[in-house]
Unconditional design. Structure first.
Length: 94
């Protein structure tokens, strides 16, 4: 299993646009074969800091996800809403 945690720090003035961009990504990712869990959260102690928690069956499922239109569109657009680079951590069980 592969788990990905991605932290996004969003410009408060662009929060609503960011959230609109996220919605099709989460909906699409949860329909992908091999996607076990895909959710988007906001930190309770740090407004406008969001986390994606993702779990996939294997690396092949991650590759499928990374090549979907909803993923490509999100990463093409997201940087304009962020105040720092995304912090992405990939973990794998053996």
């Amino acid at each position: 299993m592969v788990t990905i945690n991605a932290i996004m720090k969003v410009d408060p003035s662009k929060r609503e646009q960011y959230l609109a961009l996220v919605e099709p990504l989460v909906l699409g990712a949860n329909k992908e074969e091999g996607s076990l869990y895909y959710e988007h959260f906001e930190r309770t102690d740090e407004p406008n800091t969001f986390a994606f928690i993702e779990q996939y069956e294997n690396e092949e499922a991650v590759e499928v996800h990374n090549n979907t239109e909803h993923f490509k569109n999100f990463f093409k657009e997201v940087t304009q809403y962020l105040i720092t680079k995304p912090d992405i951590n990939v973990l794998q069980t053996k």
